[in-house]
Design a protein around this ligand. Sequence first.
Ligand code: NAD
Length: 494
Amino acid sequence: MDQSAIDALGAAPIASQSMWIGGRQVAASDGETFDAISPIDGQVLAPLPAGTADDMRAAVAAARQSFEAGAWSNMAPAARKRIMHRIADLIEKHALELAVLGVRDNGTEISMAIKAEPGSAAATFRFYAECVDKVMGDIAPTDPSVLGLIHREAVGVVGAIVPWNFPLMIGAWKIAPALAMGNSVVLKPAEVASLSLLRLTEICHEAGLPEGVLNVVTGKGAVVGSALAHDMDVDVLTFTGSGATGRRLLEASAASNMKPCYLELGGKSPNIIFDDAPNLDKAIAASAAAIFRNSGQVCVAGSRLLVQASIYDEVVEKLSQQASTMKVGNPLDLTTQAGAVSSDVQLAQNLAHVEAALSGGARLATGGQRILQNSGGYYMQPTVFADVTGDMKLAQEEVFGPVLGVIRFEDEAEAVRLANATVYGLAAGVWTSDLGRAHRMVKAVKAGVVHVNTYGGPDITVPLSGHKQSGNGSDKSIYALEKFSKLKTAWIQL
Ligand code: NAD
């Protein structure tokens, strides 16, 4: 990657934005807009349409119309697959542009964004492109006098609501499998990270996706997100975001057409270091990255570090040293290790969690402050709290910021008890040289992904599934196709 190319893209003006309904770029029906603000410097990037409930109804109607017309849903699978590969080609071609646009919108450091955003989105489109002509129906082992055919069909109109931390990656996790099964999609991006998804939609159309198959409505969650969730003509809702919004979506489903509502929610993931970790320094470095990259705005962030008592002081000291020397700053600088917090609202929430941890009795080992105020942007020091106990707010509630709580444990049984003592179950990490213990921990820890002697990095081939209140579905992998297809039986008398 070339810093001068990033700088040029980072300084380029951003045009006023439009939504996508029925293949056309449109303004909000009442003409209202809101500003995309860059967390890098607090400046306005571009006006965005503030969609209305009527706009959302029009988008759903366009998706329905395209689905029933069949331009995509009835396209030969080989042709659909070609278009999805072309989308991946174009994402790769415009990778730096997409990454920089997203970074300007949400503040993720570019070194991470380039892989996690366009890199991951392209891989996702390729993976599901290859599924298009490989997912088949079945023939049931019936009595010979009948033929039982099991068809796998598209569900119809998929509503997708996504958060701001990795818009392209998570957007692709929804859009690509839904398209692979032949559905039409209505996407609602997060208010603070819409730009790269609007550009992705343009790319999809350039690649040959028929009109009305992918529609995007920008605006407030409580207005357009809620309208999508309540719409009687949306067949499936897929959501990534907070538990509070997830609950509202389940209520919306119950209050409307009882559409299946798949939720990928937050976490308070335990990262557990035993005193037989194969390489303690590697474990400490990976544990710092697991909470401080993207300023902790990662759903699977290792935000609770559980450390065995015999190595506790050493780990706290070395980790604090790493945290205090991390380079926090302009996310468009290739050497930055942690970029900006996505918004002033999120920054204020992070600082409130620091105050609560202090008044709850945790010991601040390093960090805790807002920094680089002169930039006008939203930056925070990587923060480590020691002497955290399982009952503290910091050990129970998701911060979604660069704030780590370090908890002491004596033995394996206590590690398991502490690891499972939250409402969440998204991810976990285990550092040990003992193969038996590694397998026991994978089995005992209630989480959708358990990393062993590493943290982060699972690719598109494996599912991300929230256990407990971290969710009820799976994104990624071949299993995600289940959400976007339904079974139909043909029972034929021979
Ligand atoms: P959020 O719930 O505030 O917003 C997510 C989306 O929901 C946004 O598009 C928002 O506009 C929309 N929304 C808000 N209110 C709505 C309503 N009443 N009706 C319909 N839609 C509404 O979450 P966020 O702050 O954007 O994202 C952070 C959360 O996402 C964290 O909890 C994080 O852990 C979680 N997350 C989970 C995963 C995962 O895969 N499990 C991945 C990334 C982020």
